[in-house]
Structure formats: structure tokens, C-alpha cells
Write a protein that binds this ligand. Sequence first.
Ligand SMILES: Cc1cc2nc3c(=O)[nH]c(=O)nc-3n(C[C@H](O)[C@H](O)[C@H](O)COP(=O)(O)OP(=O)(O)OC[C@H]3O[C@@H](n4cnc5c(N)ncnc54)[C@H](O)[C@@H]3O)c2cc1C
Length: 624
Amino acid sequence: MFKRNLKSLTALMLIVLMIVSMVTGCSQQSATTQKTEQQSSEKLYNAGTYTGEGKGNNGTIKVEVTFTDAAIESIKVIEHSETAGLSDPAIERIPTKIVEGQTLKVDAVTGATNSSKGIIEAVTSCVQQAGGDVESLKSAESQAIKEEAKSIEKEADLLIVGAGGAGLTAANAAMENGVENVILIEKLASFAGASSIAGGLAGGGSKLQKSFGLTDDSPEKIFMDIMKGGEYANDPRLTWLWANEMGPTLDWLIEDMGVVIENQFSNFPEHSVQRSYYVTGKSIKMLEVLAEKFEAAGGTLMMETEAKSLIMDGDAVVGAVAVDGEGNTVNIKAEKTILATGGFGNNPDMLSEALDGVLFYGASSSTGDGINMAKDAGAELKFMDYVKMYPQGIEVEPGKGRVATVHSMQTTQNTGAIYVNKEGKRVVDENLDFVSIKNATKKQTDKIIYLVMDQKAWDKWSVLANGDENSSAAGKFTFEEQEKWFNTPDGTPIFRRGNNIEEVAKSAGIEGVALKETIDNWNKMVAAGEDSEFGREELFTLDTNGTYYIVEQKLRFATTLGGLSINENFEVLNANNEAISGLYAAGENVGGIHGYESMPTCMLSWAVTSGKLAGESVAAALNK
Ligand SMILES: Cc1cc2nc3c(=O)[nH]c(=O)nc-3n(C[C@H](O)[C@H](O)[C@H](O)COP(=O)(O)OP(=O)(O)OC[C@H]3O[C@@H](n4cnc5c(N)ncnc54)[C@H](O)[C@@H]3O)c2cc1C
């Protein structure tokens, strides 16, 4: 009886417990539902459509953002002057990421950082106008659902790392020569490596050169010019190979690949014959055409896929491990691997101390990845201390520069502007070639020369520096920036304006009395019709009354000349000069080809020629 009662009591308690838990569950559920409903009905914005502006790479980016009371509903980029091709991924993806995630905390698209930042800045302005909470949106985690990272296995006959001029030509040449399964991986979202921003390429011995009536170029002349340019420190075997293949490669790009190259580039004195050309639509167009051609031929192009290390089988390289844009690990097994990852100028750990104070203005992707991966596989490195250095850079952020060459050159050619050192003395004939200006800069104790301008000279420099819609971002200094830099609290970059010579000299840290003497002496020489100090021919007086301006001119570099040691088959060599099985290299990550100083238009020519030859070499090895 007692037992039966106990049983029914237990059953009763269970029923009570179930009812209690159901009620609690119900109330919890309704609390959650209520909260969500509350959230979605919470007024976060003043609904409507707003326009905002942000600063992109080439100028202003304008967006139109539509808000409901509770959400950012849509974003349209309505105006911009960003570079087609390079900025496309940012323009497509950043608005989507903001809307899907309902956050301003979105990562910039790799290779389109400034465009990404410009869009975010413009949307931020709209959020502000709509009365949204900018600060909390800047730290809000994305509401978009993220998939878990996985491991992906791939196999290829040939893996190429880096889709610049070298990688894309290697990929096409390999396929053209019968390699069937080629995978090309690129860490950026667009083809924004150094090749995309290069101006011109050499094509001595090409049909195009002959079409301009220049029939007297030859591999011998090309070889001697390049060797002389590199102070005879260049690898002669590779230089000879390149001198013979430079013209045929340009013909191949035009005829087989369909790249439009039809115009001559500047005629540089370093080339004994005019042999420089530029791609119609700029160099980025060449990369896009090559990529299309590669994919049309059946090649696999994987963007936003960054090689992290090489896969080794004993001493042989058999592919690479990469990480894709979603964070997945991609293991790519390949019989042959070509490294075409460009230079290392944007990796301070790899730069020699001699480059302290020399500004980098090259591609952000130039971080020496291929060189480091190959080094781990036993590769020998050479010429790692050498870069192609230029004068007339302005430090726009710590260690990073932009190019003031044309503005400064045209100002010194047409006004009385002069270059002085911090001791207030003139340093060079201001209108000499860039090597002379570079050497004059190198000689100074602070490795800086200063452009001294009266009002007339400044007016010229300032307008040229501001540029127009066609100006390259690497050489543009907007009026707003110029004004801002006159007033920066830490005085960087050295951009100074003063009511007179003494005042401007003092604020620039230049010896004022000496500068005054230098200017007086300059004016006397102009009056006498002869620059007895340096022999400059363009003589214009400097107005000694009125506002004066001083702008720094520092050394700068974009490309590195050091890297992997290779043989004529483009195989990477180890310290014993033996080929590392399965590993090849082309383009800027090869060291020593240019010697101590690369020739104008020869870096891009080397990238495409070495890429094509490396692709052919791999094809020959695989077809054996
Ligand atoms: C501003 C500027 C102007 C120039 N002007 C000229 C000129 O007028 N004439 C001339 O001859 N040369 C010029 N150069 C130099 C020339 O552009 C380069 O030396 C040449 O284009 C290098 O080609 P590349 O294919 O070796 O490297 P890049 O074009 O840099 O290509 C390397 C590619 O590899 C990718 N990559 C890097 N690491 C990885 C990784 N781990 N995984 C996957 N992908 C990776 C990069 O994102 C990049 O797309 C200029 C350079 C700059 C920066």
C-alpha cells in the first residue's frame, strides 16, 4: 500500500516537474522571441536614402545607402575613379559584406585596401547622417553566417604561385606546350602585383620594333646594354638567354596571347636603341588578357589563395600548402612548382640596413613569400642587398613614399627652384638625369635633399602634384594633402611654408643663413647667365621677397633585385649549385639577373620573358 502510494506520489511529482519545466521553457522561448522582435522593431536609423563620400586610391568614392528603421538595407557605389580591374573586388564585395553583416567592421579586400577603406568611409558618413551609432557598428561582429574552414586536396602537373607578369606568362606557355593540368594561385583578389602598375616593357628584336623602322637592334646590343646597366654584375648566361628571347616574347604576347601593344614608350638613354613599349589600356590589361586566355585554355586560376609553404618529399618539392579566402587549407600536390611571387620590398625583415630611410612605393604584395618558402627548401639567395633606387620620394606614411619626380623636374626646368641639403648648400644641377639626382641625395648626411621654391615655383609644383583624373595614384599629392602636411604636428613629411627664407629654413631644419647666401648666389649666377657651380642651363631667378616653400625629396624604391638563384632551365638552385627537384622560379623573385641596377622597362620584360621560358622549360621536362 505504502509502496503503491509512493509510486503514485513519484508520478505526481514528475508530472508537476514536467509542467513547471514546460512553463519555464515557454517563458524563456517567449522572452527570446520578444527580444528578437524588440530588436527588429528598435529604431536604429532614420529610414531613407543618403549619399556619402570617402577617399579611395585615385580620388573620391561616392555611395548611396538606403536604411530602414532597423537596418542598412542596400549600398550602391555611384561614383568613383578607381582603377578598373584592381578595385572591382572591393566595389563588389565591401557593400555586400556591410549589408550582410550589418557592421562597419569589415576587412579590406586584399590588393584593394584603399578602395575598400574609401567605401567604408563613405558608408560611415551615411550611417552618421541617418543617425546610426557609428562607434558600435565599427565594433559589431558580422551577423553573416560563417562556414567552418575545411581542408581541400588538389592535384596538378604544374602549380604556379603568383599571377603577375611572370606567373601568367608561365601558365599560358606551359599550357600552350602541352601541360594539361595547370593550377595558378594568386593571394590577392585582383591582379594587383607590381606588374599591374608598371609603365612599359622592353621588346628589343621584336616585329613591333621593326615596324617603327628600327632594324638595327640585336641580342648582342641588348646584352651589352643590360650588362652595362647592371655594372657587369648580372648573371651573363641568363642575360644572354633573355637578350635573345626579349623580342620573340613581345611578339608572342601580341600575336599568340592577344595583348594589345602598339606604341613606343619613352626613349631611355640607357637603351642604345629605342626598344620600350607600353600596353594599350595599361599593364593591368595585359594581366587580364593573359588570365582570360589561361582559363579559356582550361587552366585553373584560384584567386585569394596564398601559398604558405612548399610540400617536400625528401629533397624534392611536390607542391604547396595554401590558404584560400574562406580560410580553408588547400593542399596542392604538383609534379612541378614555379614560384613567381614578385619582390620583397614590402617586407622590412628582408631589407638590408642600408635601406633605412629609403621609402618603399611598390606593390603591397611584394613580401618575398616565394623567396622565403624556397629558402626553407634549401634554396640559395643572391643580391639580397640590391634594389632599384630612385630619388624624389615624399614620405606619406612611415617608410612609405609617393613619387614627386615629374612635378619636381618640371618645376626646376621652368622656374628658379633649387635643391639644397640641410646645410643650406646647393647639391647638383637640378635638371640632370635621375641617377645624378639619386647620387646627390645618397651623399647627404640625412640622405635627403630639399626642393626650395618661391611662390611662382610652388604654384607650378603644387598644381602638377595635385594632378588630374589621369594621374597615377603613386605620384599624386592632392591640394588637401599639401595643406594638411604644412600643418602636421610632427612635421612629417617635411612640407614647409614660411613668410620668408629664414622662417621656412628654420621650420625645415635647414641652416638659414647659408640658405639665404645660396639663394643670393644663385640669383647672381642667373643674372650673369651662367651656373658656374653645377652648369645648369635653365636659369630663372628666385624671388627673395614673399612666401617660401620647402618640400623633402627622399630616396625611394619599388623593386628588389635579389632573390633565388636559378639555372638556364629556370630550376631553383641550392647552395651547391644543384637544382632542387621540382622547383622553378621566374620574375622578380629571381636574384642577380639585373646586376646592381636594373634598366628602365627591363623588369617587366624580364618578368614576362622569364615566365614564358620557365613555362616552356617545365613543359619540356614533363613531356620527356
Ligand atoms: C610602381 C611601379 C612601377 C614600375 N614600373 C616599371 C616599368 O615601367 N617598367 C618595368 O620594366 N618595370 C617596372 N616596375 C617593376 C616591374 O613591374 C616588376 O619587376 C615586375 O612586374 C615583376 O613581375 P612579377 O610577375 O615577378 O611580380 P608581380 O607582378 O609582383 O607578381 C607577383 C604576384 O604574386 C602574388 N603572390 C605573392 N606572394 C604570393 C603567395 N604567397 N601566394 C600566392 N600569390 C602570391 C602577388 O600578389 C602578385 O600578384 C615597376 C614596379 C612598380 C612597383
